[in-house]
Design a binder for this molecule. Structure first.
Ligand code: ASP
Length: 347
């Protein structure tokens, strides 16, 4: 009799865990990435370059999606996708980052876990190969949310993160962009001081290169995560911090609502707290992901004169990717597991 009861109990437990596993495997998963927004026009793109971008975006998406498919964490998927883009000179993050007015590279990154609402962020990084890994380290191994400069570098060294010389980040393209921005600035210096100091005048010679990278993801446990990594803007003053490492501006994730990663003129994204604002519109005004994302980018950002875009994912795995520039390198994996990559506005 006792044995029969035990067998019954055992099979009941087995059924419960089987049910749980089945339920979990039917939960939606999703990942979306961006590789920066800006003046991306088909006529100016060579077929080889376009192919290179599509292939690298696909590789990053697949790496993240593979983690999610195996039941891994969205947080890990976001990091994996971003590391691949940081390692590619195509993007303005990690290798291939833009230069400051001083000819240095200063990198910013942040990552956020929507399940715990914990975040890690770093700014002014000069020697860490993958700043997104350092942002994660700040979240996991320090009591802080954000670290900058020398202290952040020392923290990276202490934890054995791969460190590189500044030369590692160098690419000829980005150096030429700095030279162009500087000579444009010198030629028009007199003009600008006469023109006054509107927002756009002030930012005129700090040119934004497409190529900031970011990812958002949802895992089988219903957890959202977001991350962003960038070299910032070409010819930025050294010491300048953009929106990418600012939690709530360039990155935000909260299981209640959504995960967001932004790209665009950081000064505007910081003033509008773009990423948090999408969350807030969903949380307090019951807007859908698409409505909230569109309102923030196409009305508020546009209204203030800023440019850029976001990738956004909600807890059901819906994706929104509004931008007000000519293009945005972007991609996502749809419900059937198909990889979609888009570059231009009308795609
Ligand atoms: N948002 C970045 C910054 O302002 C630049 C970009 O996304 O293009 O640093």
């Amino acid at each position: 009799m006792k044995l029969t009861k035990l067998i019954l109990l055992f099979s009941l437990l087995c059924n419960i865990s089987l049910l749980h596993a089945l339920q979990q495997s039917s939960n939606p998963i999703g990942i979306a990435i961006h590789g920066g927004a800006g003046t991306i026009i088909k006529e100016k793109m060579t077929p080889e370059r376009e192919k290179a971008y599509r292939e690298k975006l696909t590789e990053a998406l697949n790496a993240g999606y593979a983690i999610l498919k195996q039941g891994g964490r969205s947080f890990d998927a976001v990091e994996a996708a971003i590391v691949i883009m940081e390692d590619s000179p195509l993007f303005n993050a990690g290798k291939g980052a833009v230069f400051t007015s001083d000819g240095t590279n200063e990198l910013d990154a942040s990552i956020m876990d929507g399940a715990t609402v914990q975040a890690g962020a770093v700014s002014g990084i000069k020697h860490v190969k993958n700043p997104i890994r350092l942002a994660r380290l700040v979240l996991e191994k320090s009591p802080h949310v954000m670290m900058v400069g020398a202290g952040a570098e020392a923290f990276a060294a202490k934890h054995g993160l791969e460190r590189v010389s500044q030369y590692y980040f160098y690419t000829e393209n980005r150096w030429k962009s700095l030279e162009r921005a500087k000579s444009k600035g010198a030629a028009r210096a007199g003009e600008t001081s006469r023109k006054g100091s509107s927002d756009s005048d002030k930012l005129e010679f700090i040119t934004r290169e497409k190529g900031t990278v970011g990812a958002v993801a949802l895992d089988r446990n219903g957890n959202l995560a977001a991350g962003t990594s960038t070299g910032g803007m070409t010819n930025k003053m050294f010491g300048r911090v953009g929106d990418s490492p600012i939690i709530g501006a360039g990155t935000y994730a909260n299981n209640q609502t959504c995960a967001i990663s932004a790209t665009g003129q950081g000064e505007y994204f910081m003033r509008l707290l773009v990423a948090y604002d999408v969350h807030a519109l969903m949380a307090y005004s019951n807007k859908t992901l698409q409505e909230a994302a569109d309102e923030v980018i196409l009305q508020k950002l546009e209204g203030l004169g800023g440019s850029g875009g976001i990738i956004a994912m909600d807890k059901a795995g819906n994706v929104a990717m509004p931008f007000n520039t000519k293009g945005m390198y972007r991609g996502y994996v749809d419900n059937s597991g198909r990889t979609i990559i888009k570059i231009y506005k009308d795609e």
